[in-house]
Design a protein around this ligand. Structure first.
Ligand SMILES: [Fe+2]
Ligand SMILES: [Fe+2]
Length: 422
């Protein structure tokens, strides 16, 4: 018999693996902690980072870290480990590492640490884990880790190119170089991310994490882009007819959904004590809004519009930032997204692209954008009652007037710009 057909093709079936149930659960609890922390750090850093492509990557990877954490949580509870242990780690060095990591101060510092150090290390230790564990008894873990490894492979390959892109436009100062070494030393002191190495009981001092990380009050855009503004500016060029202008405006509004993504990131980072599902639901919401920026960007680029040099709308983050996270999320999910379920709303945008301007790419984009927004409105109805401990009617009474106030504010700014262009 061809031995490779035995055991459904699982390799090394008679080998004694390295990890019993207890050891396995202990390792997976570490991995879970890393992905939960990485998701939160990505969310906390998103509004503060400048590079457009980096911001999009951070949004996608926060979602992927959330998915990794969800898969790990399920597997850990199959390993005689109670649910109340999930998300906790008794390792003061790792706690220090992630407390410090959120305090990175530039796009390059962020990328060198996340994509040049943490993610490649996680990839290495997960591959190592799969090699060492017993293939029959622990196949559920092996299978659970596979998509996480695929994500990490893409993230690190993309991250390497991102680091090269950033190095061409900025550099690390000596303090940042030292900070990166300091963070790497903490991991080494802890025996590595997998704690397989020698652990030394030397506890480095805190450096930047004496005070908690604070989200920026204003979201940042790349200085090579147009200036940040709080009103919509479209493409700012003459059009043959108003429908074509409305189409270009729609593409730009999609492209400018980064503010919505940043708002959700800020809510994920700031809203404490919710069920884990809240964070993964919102991480998906966040990634959807990042994808919506890409819909606009792709449509604009397909038409040859230079959208990067145009002013960049940032009011979706800046206007609601002073509010508590519950109000920020209610504004977006109920004040804007649920409201868009009524005509003309999302269906109107789709029909305009399909029937009026007959634009195949934007018709497809708006079709899916509408589907996504149906989900987002549902998320608002699912989570805001728990955030406020109030009923939906009361919460809509907060969200809708705020949405109207924001639109008035934007209109006033636009009017004053139109009458006073300087
Ligand atoms: Fe959106
Ligand atoms: Fe949305």
């Amino acid at each position: 018999m061809d031995d490779s057909i035995k055991f459904t093709g699982l390799p090394n079936p008679c080998g004694v693996g390295e990890y019993g149930v207890k050891e396995n659960a202990k390792k997976l609890l570490r991995f879970l902690y890393f992905h939960q922390q990485l998701m939160l750090i990505g969310c906390g850093q998103l509004p503060a980072r400048a590079d457009w492509e980096l911001k999009q990557g951070i949004g996608r990877h926060a979602y992927e870290d959330g998915m990794a954490a969800s898969a790990l949580r399920i597997r850990i509870t199959e390993l005689r480990t109670p649910a109340h242990s999930l998300g906790k780690l008794s390792d003061p060095l790792m706690e220090l590492f992630f407390d410090e990591l959120i305090h990175v101060r530039s796009d390059l510092e962020f990328s060198v640490l996340i994509y040049g150090f943490v993610k490649p290390e996680l990839l290495r230790i997960y591959r190592d884990y799969i090699r060492k564990t017993q293939q029959i008894v622990d196949h559920p873990t092996v299978r659970m880790l596979r998509p996480i490894i695929w994500d990490l492979e893409e993230q690190t390959a993309w991250g390497e190119r991102m680091i090269a892109h950033l190095k061409a436009k900025e550099s690390l100062d000596p303090d940042q170089e030292q900070y990166i070494d300091y963070l790497k030393d903490i991991v080494q002191t802890a025996g590595g991310f997998d704690a397989n190495g020698d652990k030394s009981f030397v506890f480095p001092d805190r450096r930047r994490s004496h005070t908690p990380y604070v989200l920026p009050a204003k979201s940042i855009r790349d200085s090579s882009m147009g200036p940040s503004v709080s009103y919509r500016t479209g493409m700012g060029i003459p059009f043959d007819n108003p429908d074509q202008e409305a189409l270009a405006d729609m593409m730009r509004i999609r492209q400018e959904e980064m503010g919505a993504a940043e708002t959700i990131a800020g809510v994920i980072y700031s809203q404490k004590g919710m069920d884990w599902e809240f964070y993964t639901d919102l991480a998906r919401h966040l990634w959807d809004e990042i994808r919506h920026t890409m819909l606009g960007q792709a449509a604009l680029e397909a038409e040859g519009y230079n959208w990067r040099s145009r002013p960049q709308f940032v009011s979706d983050y800046n206007f609601v930032f002073p509010k508590v996270p519950a109000v920020r999320y209610a504004w977006l999910s109920l004040g804007v997204e649920e409201k868009a379920m009524k005509r003309p709303g999302k269906v109107g945008e789709y029909e305009f692209c399909r029937d009026v301007v007959k634009h195949p790419l934007m018709t497809l984009f708006q079709d899916y954008d509408w589907a996504d927004e149906v989900v987002h409105a549902q998320l608002g109805r699912k989570w805001t009652p728990a955030m406020f401990d109030e009923n939906l009617e009361t919460i809509r009474g907060i969200a809708l007037p705020l949405a109207a106030e924001k639109l008035d504010y934007q209109q006033q700014l636009k009017n004053s710009r139109d009458t006073n262009p300087k």
